[in-house]
Ligand binder design. Structure first.
Ligand SMILES: *Cc1c(COP(=O)(O)O)cnc(C)c1O
Length: 220
């Protein structure tokens, strides 16, 4: 029934470089679809919602690594620190501070990525590119979070127009790597979705987040 998921995952994993991590974006997918993706070789699932992550966990248990890729509300921070291996969507100092506080209470170090609003779109979440350096600076005192890189969505454009945005995200990522900080280990640049992952990888992404490309039947 879900053999298309197996085929999709196999061909994606065969086509991309081995060092690129694939995150299955599982919003609104059934537990059986998620299990099919895991069986096909997916090792990490990305949730948009804490509530959905919890109910998935209840239904299918702990399968692989679990990332948060959607916006995190402050009243869900405690649960988020409990269940996620990486929170990709940190976009404000108040959120980072709340995560740090919860991580300390839970005696953990919480790995995070900063979400960058690479298209500078007013309606989108994320730190503006020109504010990134001072944002990173302000994380330095938060010893229970570990900054591991950047995540970006990119504006909703036809994929061929996205390249310059990905190029800029890579430039910011490389700049981040040069900053010395005790609580940062910069290694992940999470960008590229189903329509854009090839371009994102060409521009330096080493983490891609795929929904449709994994779960939808190809029409041809
Ligand atoms: C849905 C989603 C994706 C995947 O989108 P597709 O176009 O289905 O590949 C990636 N990242 C985030 C944050 C998402 O919400």
């Amino acid at each position: 029934m879900y053999s298309h998921i197996y085929k999709n995952v196999s061909s994606i994993l065969a086509e991309i470089p081995a060092e690129v991590s694939v995150i299955a974006a599982v919003k609104n997918r059934k537990p059986e679809e998620i299990i099919a993706a895991i069986d096909a070789g997916i090792t990490t699932i990305g949730h948009n919602y804490v509530q959905e992550a919890l109910s998935t966990k209840t239904k299918i248990g702990d399968v692989g690594q679990c990332h948060l890729i959607g916006h995190l509300q402050s009243n869900k921070v405690k649960k988020a620190v409990e269940i996620f291996h990486l929170i990709e969507s940190v976009d404000s100092l108040s959120l980072a501070t709340a995560l740090n506080y919860q991580a300390k209470l839970q005696e953990k170090i919480m790995p995070i990525l900063i979400e960058v609003n690479i298209g500078r779109e007013p309606q989108k979440n994320g730190v503006m590119p020109e504010e990134l350096a001072s944002f990173v600076e302000s994380l330095k005192d938060l010893s229970n979070v570990n900054l591991q890189g950047l995540m970006t969505m990119g504006p909703r454009l036809i994929s061929s127009s996205l390249r310059p945005y990905f190029t800029e995200a890579k430039r910011l990522f490389d700049g981040l790597k040069k900053l010395e900080s005790i609580n940062a280990d910069i290694c992940y640049l999470s960008m590229g979705m189903s329509d854009s992952y090839n371009i994102a990888i060409e521009e330096g992404a080493n983490m891609i987040r795929l929904g449709k490309a994994i779960f939808d039947r190809k029409v041809n």
